[in-house]
Ligand binder design. Structure first.
Ligand code: PLP
Length: 385
């Protein structure tokens, strides 16, 4: 199998899997219990919290575990708007993940004014538009750090500076950036930031929200005293321990993953551009998570390519994992100005730590042939629209 859909999810690292298995076998206590088998679990949770805090350059008390990256995004946005009833305006971008876009839609229905900042053809937000959208009633700006479909990295430092000048809080969805580029909350200047374990070779169903000390935010779930009464419910202990281990492994590997992924992605990108006519690379050439490659193959339906590749056990995606299986065309590719038929011809390949040079050689052998054969039977125009 050649897995090129690491932005959808990553395989669990063997070291993380081993830690989870050991933990599940040996520990079952409730971290809220006061006797030793409870207290030791609480300590392990705090160890994981500390590891994650260190990676983000912050303190343990500013990390709240959530049930996913989606939940962290919901918590940040709804929690801030709820805690600031005098400020009823929210600014985000046109290319956010559905976790943010759908939350924004919900707020709109509740009477909140939402502004969606447009992006240019490379997927970079329009900073001047953002500046003009801010008012004294803006509670929060939420802009993702890196996009899941095209990988474009946003100028978050600049966003934070502008926000600070206007007394507005900033949240960033760093789910796709964490583990791929440096994510330090102080240097980014953000007040809130979301991450998720299953994008960094950890387990699914566990995420975290960084909340800067002193930020006024309403709890997400009411109940017991867990997570500083911000997100009640007995902790996902297995998930948390796995998340901590995934971050530990990530830090131990240092630049190793980045170097490999960048090299393989460069080779894949160049190979596709050299071997396949009438393709368009989508996204930013440099300001991008390098392992994310999005290409339009003129004249074809992306699903046909995806399925043909799948018969060779090569797995890619037609966009964000969340819109997979639905008829919706990608709002991200539309926002960068692609026509619907070009959007529908687009494939995302996202590389990860377990990809090899042979993977790329195989894709570069199979893909040109698949595209050529499909184009022979396609009644769509192969030339650029
Ligand atoms: N934000 C971005 C940018 C993502 O890519 C994803 C997952 O695809 C999420 C949020 C949601 O994370 P989770 O799958 O943990 O809910």
């Amino acid at each position: 199998m050649i897995y090129l859909d690491n932005n959808a999810t990553t395989p669990i690292d063997p070291q993380v899997a081993a830690r989870i298995a050991d933990f599940a076998r040996e520990h079952f206590g409730n971290p809220s219990s006061l006797y030793p088998i409870g207290r030791e679990i609480k300590e392990m949770i705090n160890e994981a919290r500390q590891t994650i805090a260190n990676a983000l350059g912050t303190s343990r008390s500013e990390i709240i575990f959530t049930g996913s990256g989606t939940e962290a995004d919901n918590f940040a946005i709804r929690g801030i708007l709820d805690a600031h009833p005098d400020k009823n305006e929210f600014i985000t971008s046109a290319i956010e993940h559905p976790a943010v876009i759908q939350t924004a839609n919900y707020l709109e229905k509740k009477g909140c004014k939402v502004t969606y900042v447009p992006v240019d053809s490379k997927g970079v937000i329009d900073i001047d538009f953002l500046k003009k959208a801010i008012s004294h009633r803006t509670a929060l700006i939420s802009i993702m750090l890196a996009n899941n479909e095209i990988g474009t990295i946003q100028p978050i430092k600049e966003v934070s500076k502008i926000a600070k000048e206007n007394g507005v809080l900033v949240h960033s969805d760093a789910v796709q950036a964490f583990g791929k580029i440096e994510v330090k909350v102080d240097s980014l200047g953000v007040d809130l930031l979301s991450i998720s374990a299953h994008k960094i070779y950890g387990p699914k169903g566990i995420g975290a929200l960084y909340i800067r000390k002193g930020t006024k935010i309403s709890p997400l779930i009411y109940g017991g005293h867990q997570e500083r009464e911000m997100r009640a419910g007995t902790e996902n202990t297995i998930g948390i321990v796995g998340f901590g281990e995934a971050v530990r492994v990530m830090q131990k590997r240092g630049l190793q993953d980045k170097k490999l992924i960048n090299k393989l992605a460069e080779k894949l990108k160049k190979g596709i551009e050299d071997k396949i006519p009438n393709v368009k690379f989508n996204g930013h050439e440099t300001q991008r998570i390098k392992g994310t490659l999005n290409f339009s193959f003129f004249g074809l339906e992306a699903e046909a390519i995806l399925l043909a590749l799948a018969t060779k056990e090569i797995y890619v995606s037609t966009g964000s994992a969340c819109s997979e299986g639905s008829e919706e065309v990608s709002h991200v590719l539309q926002a960068i100005g692609l026509r619907p038929e070009v959007v529908r011809s687009s494939i995302r390949m996202s590389l990860g730590r377990f990809n090899t040079e042979e993977d790329i050689d195989t894709v570069l052998r199979e893909l040109p042939e698949i595209v050529e054969n499909l184009r022979k039977i396609s009644n769509l125009n192969n030339e650029e629209y």
